[in-house]
Design a binder for this molecule. Structure first.
Ligand SMILES: NC(=O)c1ccc[n+]([C@@H]2O[C@H](COP(=O)([O-])OP(=O)(O)OC[C@H]3O[C@@H](n4cnc5c(N)ncnc54)[C@H](O)[C@@H]3O)[C@@H](O)[C@H]2O)c1
Length: 445
């Protein structure tokens, strides 16, 4: 039995997906001994061999560095995790439960139940996954009843705010750290685990457990609301002939409002925002305060309407019917600089187009393999040129720089008809119109 209490804690990371792999790799680069654990053996093998199993800029280089340092190892064994670690980070998924809007807590429960029986000395379990408020309290009882070390095992919550596409930067230099703790000891352990960030003056907010759990869902609710706000304004603009892009630009000059997340378009998706606001509504209702967050239902509805409305615009560009129309769909990932297609608006639009009889040719710089796996019936192209050849409508659905930089004159020579729907307000409408394109975007005339 070993302990490094008081010194640099040895860290374990349970669940090595987008969040966990990034956390494990960055913490090793920062000088900690780290053991990453996952039940997915293929993922562990990939990481061991020095490859990142998903696309995240800068992370492969960091993985190399971490492996070369000898401080990062991977395993599939709970026993090894318990033996090695002083602070155990829980980074498993909390997706939307099937047939419900609630969070599926089965992975969190499984990881805690799998680890606890092996914990025979004092240790801190730190949740990073996004969970319904009250989870840490529930897990504390569960862990303490299962672990040989009993009440020597504590729970803390350290919500994670990293953005895919900027995950390395956000992990190495977060905007802020939130420590949800139930004791001074837990706070000291977390401070030791984040010593490099605290030394770099990253702001720290120390809270109780439920507050820390709520910070993450509140942050995501706010961001989702801001996006849906400007998209709701886009709907009004469409009915009045106003221009939502100009409206957003004018609002953004007000410092109290600000321009970030005030970009109109196809709306949000991904593995966090949609399922987090739904789970929050569900949890608030369980707690009898559903009314307090009922506006989030509208936020969700506005967001989903953007997808249907984008299909409407594409159909209009096709002349009123999509049957047999070839559509060049630029983008599959839920946002640029990621290969994540969870609840991706782009693929939802592609699917809806296909349901109406369109021949949809999808191209994405990074998300092709994931998209093919989940939507095998769509057509896939290996480049913008291949996707655009002979297309009757082009739809920009994910705002990769690669697409922003397309020369409208060049693309105009490949397509059958110069009609484009800019689902992300990412293109210079004047340049495209100048090149002879019929340019349309949501909330713009
Ligand atoms: N992806 C993000 O940008 C992000 C940002 C902030 C917070 N979060 C939150 O972090 C959590 C994880 O998200 P993600 O995107 O990394 O998910 P993910 O699906 O990419 O990764 C989850 C990993 O957990 C593994 N796993 C499942 N059961 C396990 C078990 N019993 N033991 C060990 N590993 C197990 C899976 O195999 C998978 O590799 C979620 O709660 C999410 O809401 C994600």
């Amino acid at each position: 039995m070993s302990t490094t209490e008081g010194a640099k804690p040895r860290l374990t990371v349970l669940g090595t997906g987008y969040l966990g792999a990034t956390h494990a790799i960055c913490m090793a680069v920062l000088g900690f001994e780290v053991l990453g654990m996952d039940v997915d053996e293929a993922k562990i093998e990939t990481l061991r061999s020095g490859r990142v199993p998903f696309y995240e800029p800068g992370l492969p280089e960091m993985l190399q560095k971490a492996l070369e340092s000898g401080r990062l190892r991977f395993t599939t064994s709970y026993e090894e995790v318990a033996e090695f670690g002083d602070v155990h980070f829980v980074c498993v998924g909390t997706p939307q439960r099937k047939g419900s809007t609630a969070a599926d807590m089965s992975y969190v429960d499984a990881v805690v139940s799998g680890l606890a029986p092996h914990l025979d000395r004092r240790a801190l379990i730190v949740g990073k996954s996004t969970v319904p408020v009250g989870t840490a309290a529930r897990l504390t009882s569960l862990v303490q009843s299962l672990a040989p070390a009993g009440t020597d095992i504590e729970l803390a919550w350290n919500p994670e705010f990293l953005r895919e596409g900027f995950a390395v930067e956000d992990t190495m230099r977060p905007d802020r750290l939130v420590f949800g703790v139930a004791s001074d000891w837990a706070r000291e352990r977390l401070s030791a685990a984040f010593a490099p960030m605290l030394a770099a003056d990253v702001p720290l907010v120390v809270t109780d457990l439920p507050t820390a759990e709520l910070v993450k869902v509140s942050a995501n609710s706010f961001l989702a609301t801001k996006i849906s706000f400007i998209n709701a304004m886009a709907e009004v603009c469409e009915a009045t002939g106003a221009d939502v892009q100009d409206l957003a630009a004018a609002l953004a000059y007000d410092n109290r409002i600000g321009g970030r997340f005030l970009r109109p378009g196809l709306g949000f998706g991904g593995g966090c925002l949609p399922k987090d606001i739904r789970a929050y509504i569900h949890r608030a209702e369980e707690l009898g305060v559903g009314q307090a967050v009922s506006f989030l239902r509208e936020v969700d509805a506005i967001n989903l309407r953007r997808r249907a409305r984008t299909v409407d615009l594409i159909r209009a560009q096709a002349g009123g019917s999509l049957a047999g129309v070839t559509v060049c769909a630029l983008g599959a990932a839920f946002k640029p600089n990621s290969d994540d297609i969870r609840d991706a608006p782009a693929l939802d639009v592609a699917r809806l187009l296909q349901e109406e009889g369109a021949i949809v040719r999808v191209y994405d710089p990074q998300a092709m393999d994931n998209a093919r796996r989940v939507y095998p019936d769509l057509h896939y192209a290996s480049s913008v040129a291949e996707a655009a050849a002979g297309a009757q409508v082009v739809a920009l659905l994910t705002e990769w720089d690669h697409f922003r930089e397309i020369d409208p004159v060049w693309l105009g020579e490949l397509v059958a008809k110069k009609a484009i729907v800019d689902g992300r307000h990412a293109l210079d409408q004047f340049a495209w119109r100048e090149a002879g394109w019929d340019y349309k975007a949501l909330g713009r005339t």
